[in-house]
Design a binder for this molecule. Sequence first.
Ligand code: ADP
Length: 518
Amino acid sequence: MKFRAKVLARWTLLAAIVAASGFLAWWTWRTTASLERLGERSVIDSTVLLVREKLDRVESMIIAADNAVIHLVDPDDLDVLAERWPALADRVAPSARAVLVLDEAERPVRAVSRTTADDADRFRQLFVDHLRAELHLRDQAVGEHRHWHGTTAGQWSLVSYFVGESGGRRYFVVIETDLDFVRREVLPKLFEDPLARGRFNVTDDQNRTLFGRSLATAGELVSARFPTTLYKWRMAAVPRDDPEFKARTRNRQLIEAGYVGLSLVVLLVGVVFFTFVAREEERLNQLKSDFIATVSHELKTPLSLIRMFGEMLATDRVPSAEKRGQYLEIIVRESERLTALIDNVLDFARLERGRTSYEFAMGDLGGVVFRGVEMFRYRVVKERPRLVTDIAEHLPRTRLDERALHLLLFNLLDNAVKYAGDSDEVRVRVYGDARVLSLDVEDQGEGIDPEDARRIFERFYRGRNASASGARGSGIGLALVKHIARAHGGDVAVVPRPGGGTIFRVRIPVDARDDDEA
Ligand code: ADP
């Protein structure tokens, strides 16, 4: 139950972390996207303001000029206008080109141009031919000041008209704005700033460009009409830095997504790693408890045998001399087993603490193995399996630790007897060349399950055949074998024996350092 709760907690935590990371990623993405939209919006808004400001400036200038002219009109003394305006025009009303004053019946009473008398006549004619019909002067209230914008004879015209009253009689002032002047002087001045250049234009109601360049290919535009004066015209602008801003935001979005993705990967790797470590730890703890249980059991069995037969001998309850000999043999064999077990455990404990000390000396592997097998043979009293040695002669000498190699050999032989006890023979072979020496311990048993074969060299690991057969053991034998092989610069491997059984192959590279020095 406790284990289940732990697993549940781990998976819940993992799911929570993944969900939280996903949410974080989504949130970051969304925030940058809305920032991008906000940024775009603010660029557009500021461009709209800019366009309005420029329109206002053009309009204010035109209206101010009109007002200045209207101010000069005295319906009772029109000479004032004719005399004073040309002198003042450049300064106070640069955009006004011609002025027409009409009486109550809309008859032109005076036409003045800032250029020539002919121009004044042209404007008068224009009024008579076209403008009169357009302006509807009669319908206007006194004090009203309005604008008319349109084309006459294919030309754009802007006129402003004012309805005044003097001595109970109405009069009209019609002022023509010089659109050439607006296009040549006023607009270029407005856009001479390098940041504005190329970004603005003015088009008419047929989309013809009157000022600036065509912005048809410039993408998204902001545009507005002149509110009161040149109301048939439209000013458009390209929002500033638009593509650049977009690219920057996109980049930032990608970088942030990258960061979040990376953090997510680190987080997941961390979680997977810690889960793995925790599971390993759990597995190792389980193996350790099993180890303690088996070792205690292993210690107990030979001890109780020794005790039982020792007591029988001590109390002289032995039927015959032959039995006595057998009992003594059992006592010796069990104490041998005890010693081997304790040696294994002690060596293993030293190895676990990282304090294994080897005593290397030059030696002959064949001889070491031969002596080891003989010592083991003395322990194994059974008839089967036969222990056969096949040791090549004249093998090169190498640096080795005889005691450690005996431990290695005993463990391999002990396993061969334990797990392949029904083999006819267990063969120990030593062979090699000038570079590598090999030691094979070969049995004819059942072999090892391939699943187990990958793990049997792990400490505390015991195979299926161990639990199935109830063979004594602690799961540290092969871990020791591996450690010792590696300490000699070599390794150990398990190979299936052709025809059934197992071969444990220890390979040790020849190290003749000390011999050379001698
Ligand atoms: P122990 O023998 O104490 O269980 P070892 O580390 O010596 O531990 O061996 C690990 C496992 O390898 C054994 O439990 C057994 O399953 C398997 N094994 C070792 N030697 C042999 C062999 N000669 N034949 C079959 N299985 C073996």
